[in-house]
Design a protein around this ligand. Structure first.
Ligand SMILES: C[S@@+](CC[C@H](N)C(=O)[O-])C[C@H]1O[C@@H](n2cnc3c(N)ncnc32)[C@H](O)[C@@H]1O
Length: 256
């Protein structure tokens, strides 16, 4: 379920007022009724509040150079490696918001002949991304839990650095949901962390960061994304390790 609004529709202010219990005698008549405000999942509230919900930190972190730094200057290459799997004019789902210009770049890549649907369960991320996508009328930012989304299947689902933040049971749920949401011949593109080679100079610091700040990330060191699928035989699978295996791209293409 999601609260849907075009990227340029300022629907959140009224919803926020309602959810905060503020009396709003004359709500703007143009606003359609909205669904219930989605519940923030425990893992997001407990583990990632500082990164994605705390307003001061969101303002600080939502910058392209921050994403590049966190991803060891590999962000551009990784983003491009996702985009080569996506064709202009396609109907594309982006599983969650990403800091920096990722969504706008993706909307630009898809072009006016395609559509981009982005989900996020954190209101502040939705507001931010609607602002960043205001120039793209073919982009829609949904305020909702992507694991509960019920849209029609897409040509491509792009899951960029979401899986490592999900507890393992949700990783499995997400993989299977995204696989069920592509048309025959369509692709699910996962770009995320992977277990680095034993000699990788960044392995110790990555391991420390994961143990300290990202407790679910090592699930992707232990498990292949393909092994999370209930029906892997319905897809062809291509895995491309990147940057000494610290990152990976996995493309699942639906056979029929
Ligand atoms: C895509 S991930 C990580 C992206 C990357 N690390 C970056 O640079 O932004 C972060 C986003 O996922 C969102 N998110 C986490 N779980 C979600 C869920 N179940 N449904 C929708 N959005 C979710 C968070 O609110 C956050 O905005």
């Amino acid at each position: 379920m999601s609260n849907v609004a075009r990227s340029s529709t300022p629907a959140t202010s009224f919803r926020t007022a309602v959810s905060a219990g503020v009396q709003t005698e004359n709500p703007p008549v143009s606003l359609a009724p909205v669904a219930a405000v989605p519940e923030v999942p425990d893992y997001l509230q407990d583990v990632y509040y500082w990164a994605y919900i705390n307003p001061r930190n969101v303002k600080l972190l939502d910058r392209e150079f921050v994403v590049r730094t966190i991803l060891w200057q590999q962000h551009r290459k990784l983003q491009n490696s996702a985009f080569v799997e996506i064709e202009a004019g396609q109907r594309v789902l982006q599983s969650a918001c990403v800091y920096g210009s990722f969504s706008a770049n993706l909307a630009e890549h898809i072009g006016p002949g395609g559509t981009l649907d982005v989900f996020d369960v954190a209101e502040i991320q939705v507001v931010n991304t609607r602002r960043k996508l205001a120039a793209y009328p073919n982009a829609t930012v949904h305020y909702g839990n992507v694991l509960e989304m019920d849209l029609e299947p897409f040509d491509t689902v792009c899951c960029y650095f979401l899986l490592h933040e999900l507890p393992d049971t949700y990783k499995r749920e997400a993989v299977n949901l995204f696989l069920s949401k592509v048309v025959p011949g369509g692709k699910v593109v996962f770009v995320d962390y992977h277990k680095p080679r034993w000699w990788h100079p960044l392995k110790p610091i990555t391991s420390l960061v994961f143990d300290t700040l990202e407790p679910f990330a090592k699930g992707l060191w232990r498990n292949e994304i393909k092994d999370l699928a209930d029906q892997p035989e319905k897809f062809t699978w291509r895995k491309e390790p990147r940057f000494g295996d610290l990152f990976q791209k996995v493309v699942a293409t639906r056979i029929d």
